[in-house]
Design a protein around this ligand. Structure first.
Ligand code: TRP
Length: 354
């Protein structure tokens, strides 16, 4: 059995301002992964059309996600940073995948059900096909590992289902091309052209919750700006929001078990741990028995130390959009070369004449 060459791929939508949840749940992981992996990070601008077609500030949003990638420390020369719409092979492979995926599979996607709401007839066809484009984003590079939030798990399972069906249905066409690889899926040996992608979900703060309600996810659409820390927030805003964050009257416990049933305490400890690259256990060894009046100032210091330099660098980058666009153009050109190689192989496997 051979294996696919490890390759990390992930995407972030250019809608709304990035917040601490996006940073800890995604971007910080992207930065860590680039040490030991070949990585491709994409601003998925075509996905941004699925829920809302017209965006007045599309270009600014694309640049701001790119600026966040760069400010957080992603190296666009060693790795690839680009925007989806500059690599049309994503849409092309998505069309093939629309013909691989079954309507029944799409109907089970919980994100579609949530986003489409009650009036499903009025949802765009793009929103329905969103997970198929997402599978194409990843598989057009035959990427193997995808860091995402846990809300994207179902979409990655769908990507595996699509890859599996393509591998099986085209088995007899893949074999003579010599492009397939013998892999194991569970106990099953499979001759595969597309790999079975692995989600990378864990970390001390896989879900960052609202500062106002520890049972709700931190979200860019929450009407209260106090519920989230935006990556563009300055030092004053960060400290004000943490000072005002909801807590309970008790001191912090000395063990993680003691955070059960205390969602706000759990969230703040999780944020501290993630920002400090420590475990929650370790944070509680230091702060167990302390009141929030002690813990919060420490969290403010830490958050400002980590986020202020990123914030300053993002602002600096946003003043030079020409530079950001050049980074995206360069990344897109390199991504296109890889994506076109896959598409040519897919065309050969399918039997399209070229
Ligand atoms: N659906 C992802 C999200 O909302 C964004 C995304 C699009 C993505 N394509 C992707 C993530 C490919 C990982 C890989 O978070």
């Amino acid at each position: 059995m051979t294996e696919f060459k490890p390759l990390v791929f992930s995407g972030v939508q250019p809608t709304g301002n990035l917040h601490l949840g996006n940073y800890l749940g995604a971007i910080r992981k992207f930065v860590a992964l680039q040490e030991n992996n070949d990585c491709i990070y994409c601003v998925v601008d075509m996905h941004a059309l699925t829920a809302q077609l017209v965006h007045e500030d599309m270009a600014t949003q694309i640049r701001s996600i790119t600026a966040a990638f760069l400010a957080a420390g992603i190296d666009p020369e060693k790795h690839i940073v680009f925007n989806q719409s500059q690599v049309p092979q994503h849409a092309e492979l998505a069309w093939i995948f629309n013909c691989v995926a079954r309507i029944g599979w799409m109907n089970r996607m919980t994100q579609f059900k949530d986003k489409a709401g009650k009036d499903r007839e009025q949802a765009s066809l793009g929103l329905y096909a969103y997970p198929s484009l997402m599978a194409a984003d990843i598989l057009v590079y035959r990427a193997t590992h995808v860091p995402v939030g846990d809300d994207q798990k179902q979409h990655l399972e769908l990507a595996r289902d699509i890859a599996m069906k393509f591998n099986m249905d085209f088995h007899d066409k893949i074999v003579p091309t010599g492009l397939g690889i013998d892999i194991k899926v569970g106990e099953e040996p499979v001759h595969a052209y597309f790999p079975m992608v692995e989600p990378l979900i864990d970390g001390p703060a896989p879900r960052v919750m609202s500062l106002k309600d520890g049972t709700k996810k931190m979200s860019k659409s929450d009407p209260s700006d106090l519920s989230r820390i935006n990556l563009m927030d300055d030092q004053d805003a960060i400290s004000k929001k943490i000072r005002k964050a909801k807590t309970d009257p008790d001191a912090l416990p000395s063990e993680v078990d003691g955070l059960k049933g205390r969602p706000e305490a759990d969230n703040l400890v999780g944020i501290f741990a993630a920002l400090a690259d420590r475990s929650k256990e370790d944070v509680l060894i230091e702060f167990g028995g302390q009141q929030f009046s002690v813990f919060k100032p420490a969290l403010i210091d830490l958050a400002v130390n980590v986020l202020a330099p990123i914030n300053a660098e993002m602002r600096r980058l946003m003043e030079d959009p020409g530079h950001i666009d050049a980074v995206l153009r360069d990344g897109s050109a390199r991504a296109r070369v890889r994506a076109e190689k896959t598409m040519n192989e897919v065309r050969d496997i399918i039997g399209f004449v070229r």
